[in-house]
Design a protein around this ligand. Structure first.
Ligand code: S3P
Length: 450
């Protein structure tokens, strides 16, 4: 868990070219789902390439608390001996999901249709985030939730003893909400139907099918209609977790803004529900190419090559693309600071309820570093200063948010003066090897107190 220890200030100094190969860790979304779905099978699921970041390790602990046997064999190989759909045991202790919204929301869904209760908590960031977006649909199955004001953690979920299937239209574009409802639907009889007006990451749908559930997706006038047959017997799988495009974003963007750079980021999943940043960077004129395009495990995969791109232009990122790059706006706003012209990021209200209010956190830090930022409830605009013209030279707050911390560390590689974050420790939630990986490419990152 992040945010429980002493803050670790971290500084990034302007550096020479970044060069080399960046092997980023496994996908966070797929890692959480591998552990949870593995726990819902009878038999042993094998996982290689699991992201061993704090968020995922908290989910592994939680699955043990619900009765699964989760074993770390070292070298990124894990096994999960599951308890089957409907087989969760009641945890004896409070489930601490640390910093992870994905962890807590998916687990709440997975346990909400079993006759057990569980109490969830997290760090200061997670305990400030809205949970009613998940507990509202879980109530339709018959589950009850008692938490703090505004639907915040700590919160107890009393699972439905006699769950009924639901038909639910997700009111916000959220893969976490969609996934919580689908996971709850697993232990309800009959068909659970989830409708999303905008497509969000579809790992839960793909993986449920992979684990043997009967799940169909239909594009209809009302949106994407996902229908799941309840009470399947899930079949244990061998899962090879692809590398995380959201982590790849950091070395890719660092190379694009740092003079002379040429970085290869191999084996990145380019599922269209995740790849919006790369499209946007290409529209801005970034020298970003896909090499060795191929299919792996039903997903498009490529090696990304990113080179220093001196002629970046600002763009308008349309609302329709938001879901496919929702975690990448912080680092995009950094790239936009080095572009010519304005970059508009539209239809991004969800950024305000992430690990932090990401528009607010980035706007404050970018302004302190000399960049003009305008914002509204669901949009923001960065006015680029062009290469070599971004002052930097300040300490900014990472507000318990890994992506804010990493975005400002990337920024410091190309500002005139170093950038410091007051606490780099949240980086360990999703990208524990960030410092060493970036240092191997040529970045100059230093922990101030360590
Ligand atoms: C995730 C969904 C997204 C994303 C998060 C991971 C997931 O959140 O921001 O980092 O794995 O389902 P929302 O569902 O809240 O958009």
């Amino acid at each position: 868990m992040s945010g429980h220890g002493t803050p670790v200030p971290m500084t990034s100094r302007p550096c020479g070219p970044l060069r080399g190969i960046a092997n980023v860790p496994g996908d966070k979304s797929i890692s959480h789902r591998s552990l949870i779905l593995g726990a819902l099978c009878v038999g042993e699921t094998h996982i290689s390439g699991l992201l061993e970041g704090e968020d995922v390790l908290d989910t592994a602990k939680a699955m043990r608390a619900f009765g699964a046997t989760v074993t770390d064999h070292g070298d990124g190989t894990w096994t999960v001996q599951g308890v089957g759909v409907g087989g969760f045991a009641e945890p004896e202790q409070v489930i601490d999901c640390g910093n992870s919204g994905t962890g807590v929301r998916l687990i709440m869904g997975a346990m909400a249709t079993s006759p057990i209760s569980a109490t969830f908590t997290g760090d200061a960031s997670l305990n400030g985030r809205p949970m009613s977006r998940v507990t509202d649909p879980l109530a339709l199955f018959g589950a009850e939730a008692v938490g703090r004001a505004g639907g915040r953690l700590p919160m107890t979920i009393v699972g439905a003893a006699d769950p009924v299937p639901v038909r639910y239209t997700v009111p916000v574009p959220s893969a976490q909400v969609k996934s919580a409802v689908l996971l709850a639907g697993l232990n309800a009889p009959g068909q659970t139907v989830v409708i999303e007006k905008e497509a969000t990451r579809d790992h839960t749908e793909r993986m449920l099918q992979g684990f043997g559930a009967t799940l169909t997706v239909e594009e209809a006038d009302e949106g994407r209609v996902i229908t799941l047959d309840g009470q399947p017997e899930l079949i244990p799988q061998n899962i090879v977790v692809p590398r995380d495009p959201s982590s790849a974003a950091f070395p890719v963007c660092a190379a694009i803004i740092t003079p002379g750079s040429d970085v290869l980021v191999p084996n990145i999943g380019l599922n269209p529900t995740r790849a919006g940043l790369f499209t946007t960077l290409q529209e801005m004129g970034a020298d970003l190419t896909y090499e060795n395009m191929r299919e792996e495990g039903g997903e498009p995969v490529a090696d990304l090559r990113a080179k220093y791109s001196p002629d970046l232009q600002g763009v308008a990122v349309p609302p329709a693309r938001a879901a496919s790059m929702i975690d990448e706006y912080p680092v995009l706003s950094v790239v936009a600071s080095f572009a010519t012209g304005v970059t508009d990021m539209l239809g991004v209200r969800e950024l305000r309820v992430k690990e932090s209010d990401r528009i607010d956190a980035m706007a404050k830090g970018l302004r302190a570093a000399g960049v003009t930022v305008d914002e509204g409830p669901d949009w923001w605009r960065v006015t680029g200063r062009g290469h070599g013209n971004v002052p930097g030279g300040v300490t900014v707050a990472s507000v318990l948010d890994h992506r804010i911390a990493m975005a400002f560390m990337v920024m410091g590689m190309a500002t005139q003066k170093p950038m410091t974050v007051d606490d780099g420790s949240p980086i360990a939630t999703s990208f524990p090897i960030f410092e060493s990986l970036m240092a191997d490419l040529g970045a100059q990152l230093v922990r101030k107190n360590g």
